[in-house]
Design a binder for this molecule. Structure first.
Ligand code: NAI
Length: 603
């Protein structure tokens, strides 16, 4: 039997334990800890220093990941303090690339210390989908206070980061991604809900792994998949009507199928499909502005015409249509594609897939180009975009030729294939072969480059979705539009290009520095909310009022007057910033916040 005093004492013990060496003297006395803990009373900075030293002492990335996972389960505040203050170092551990390694090993490194009465998220089997209300009830019982989650990242583990079908092991992705939503954009950690649909796996390796933690069955057919997923989504929607659903790492056809089915029925988006196009568009807009020739004179050659290549190209076409008022067919004519059979033309003699047909050239006469080199000579591109998975495809010869072709302007070169072993070229190669004139963005993170004989250090741009998905999540959670339109993504891409400061522009950086991610996320979320209100899809009077009552601030040198401009007012930005969660700065603040928002530490 417990009475009120017991539960007060229990919660004080819990808060005290998490405050750790920062526990104030009065709390130590009340909990009778004198003589049982070290006497030093520290502040959070000192704890962070110790945690960082411990993190750095781990010799492998996976060990660092495990250390951080256990730290998070013990002390959310310290974990996020550490992540925020060392974002550039830690983001690649809690997310790509290390999270991929963690997922591959997930069943072997679980549990990452999840103490009793804490939850990592939901593991939903096919049969659970028949009892979703019970699953949601269990989740609610576990939480210290029934505060609804406001964002979920949901995967079925079928296509994890290009590593293939990892089944339930894919849970590491929603967990890691939601940590980035919190760190990069200030979503409340206690209101994030990772979900894995444990519907089986087609991976023999996992089906035969004695430690595999998921359902040991092959994946169901499409009908069963869509019906079961519908039961999950409807139950979530019933229980938490304003919940933002981010679909993650589903197999390509299911990813498109789910998005098509749900995007206008509930608040949801797919980062692989929509976030990627958005972040590349942001970098491309920055590059076109700096290239030194009018946008309409760009000639863009894509190497690789798979789902990523065609998806990205479609977003870039929108840029010429929306910002430069070009008719869609004229904008489309600025694009050429090379796939494994050469330049994609309508008359090259093979049957093209529907997605390739859209970009097939009809103006090539008898000319066919079998290789990238031939296509380069034929197209004379101003921009070369690689989404081919072919390592080193942008050879020295090709890079040097891009430099010659664009002698009067700046060559745009985006080797976007991931991981590094598939990248079409490195930053160093691109800089060296273009006399340091390249406007560069890659899919993978390359190291900085010092221009030989100078102290001039150049930072490569990375088209990392991390720039946009946390901000889209924040914007959507705050203003809750009826649904998320393409133009909202477009506004975010514009705001991303606008968010570079003078130093970044002067250094030819196409993206803001990752250390500024919180500030950038606030700007992008403000642009999202402004666009959502302009489109009439926001019901909350609060946001409608502050968007309409304040003129957008001009933070862009773009004078095209386009309708989707990615702008926002200082008032909206200020409001967004005040609503972003951040870790408590002091133990006193932590104690007050733990009492008012007990859920933060439960996830
Ligand atoms: P995919 O396999 O669907 O497409 C690859 C394309 O490259 C196909 O058109 C294929 O014909 C072409 N290709 C392959 N070998 C070739 C060769 N030897 N010569 C000429 N063309 C060749 O792959 P998907 O899904 O389109 O992804 C491509 C790459 O893009 C991946 O490495 C992926 O990691 C990367 N990616 C990067 C993103 C980013 O930077 N944020 C986002 C999404 C994808």
């Amino acid at each position: 039997m417990s009475d009120g005093n017991d539960s007060r004492r229990n919660s004080m013990e819990l808060i005290g334990t998490r405050a750790g060496t920062a526990m104030p003297i009065e709390m130590r006395q009340a909990l009778h800890l004198k003589g049982l803990v070290p006497s030093s009373i520290e502040n959070f900075s000192k704890q962070e220093l110790r945690a960082y030293q411990q993190l750095m002492s781990k010799s492998t990335s996976l060990e660092k990941y495990e250390f951080l996972a256990s730290l998070r389960s013990l002390n959310v505040n310290l974990f996020f303090r550490l992540v925020l203050n060392h974002f550039k170092d830690i983001a690649p551990i809690i997310y790509t690339p290390t999270v991929g390694e963690a997922c591959l090993n997930y069943s072997h490194i679980y549990p990452f210390l999840y103490p009793f009465k804490t939850s990592i998220g939901l593991f939903i089997t096919l049969s659970d989908t028949e009892n979703m209300d019970m699953v949601i009830d269990n989740y609610r019982q576990l939480m210290a206070d029934p505060i609804d989650p406001e964002i979920t990242v949901i995967t079925d583990g079928s296509r994890i980061l290009g590593l293939g079908d990892l089944g339930v092991n894919g849970m590491g992705i929603p967990v890691g991604k939601l940590q980035l939503y919190v760190a990069a954009a200030g979503l409340n950690p206690g209101r994030t809900l990772p979900i894995v649909l444990d519907f089986g796996t087609n991976s023999e390796q996992y089906l035969n792994d004695p430690l595999y933690l998921g359902t040991r069955e092959r994946r169901p057919d499409d009908n069963t998949f869509y019906e079961a997923t519908e039961r999950v989504l409807q139950a979530l929607h019933r229980a938490f009507p304003g919940l933002l659903v981010q679909f993650e790492d589903f197999s390509t056809s299911h990813a498109f199928g789910l998005l098509d089915k749900w995007r206008q029925k509930m608040l949801c988006f797919n980062d692989d499909i929509q976030g990627t196009g958005c972040v590349i568009l942001g970098g491309f807009i920055s590059a076109v502005k700096q290239a030194g020739i009018p946008a309409k004179d760009q000639r863009i050659l894509f190497f690789g015409a798979g789902s990523a290549g065609v998806g990205v190209a479609r977003q870039l076409v929108d840029y010429f249509v929306v910002d430069h008022k070009m008719p869609r067919d004229k904008a489309g004519a600025l694009f050429w594609f090379v796939d494994s059979r050469g330049l994609i033309t309508a008359n090259r003699g093979d049957v093209l897939t529907k997605q390739k047909t859209r970009f097939a050239r009809h103006d090539n006469g008898d000319v066919q180009c079998g290789t990238l080199e031939d296509a380069l000579e034929y197209v004379k591109p101003t921009a070369l975009i690689g989404l081919s998975t072919v390592h080193s495809a942008f050879s020295e010869k090709i890079l040097r030729r891009m430099n010659e072709i664009n002698a009067q302007s700046r060559p745009i070169i985006f080797p976007l294939s991931n991981p590094e072993t598939k990248a079409e070229c490195t930053f160093e190669e691109a800089m060296r072969c273009t006399d340091n004139r390249v406007l560069f963005a890659s899919g993978t993170a390359f190291t900085e480059y010092t221009i030989p004989g100078t102290d001039d250090i150049r930072i490569p741009g990375q088209g990392n979705n991390m720039y946009v998905f946390p901000a889209i999540g924040l914007g959507a959670v705050l203003c809750k539009p009826d649904w998320i339109t393409d133009t909202m993504f477009y506004a975010v891409a514009k705001a991303l290009a606008n968010s570079r400061n003078e130093e970044e522009k002067a250094g030819d950086e196409l993206y803001p520095r990752i250390e500024r991610i919180r500030e950038v996320s606030a700007q992008l979320a403000a642009a999202f909310i402004t666009q959502a209100v302009r489109e009439g899809l926001v019901k909350e009077a609060h946001w409608r009022d502050i968007v309409s009552a304040n003129m957008p601030c001009t933070q862009d040198d773009d004078t095209t007057g386009s309708s989707v401009d990615g702008q926002f007012s200082k008032r909206v930005l200020g409001e967004v910033k005040t609503l972003m969660w951040k870790p408590a700065a002091s133990v006193e603040q932590y104690i007050v916040e733990s009492i008012t928002n007990p859920n933060v530490d439960e996830m």
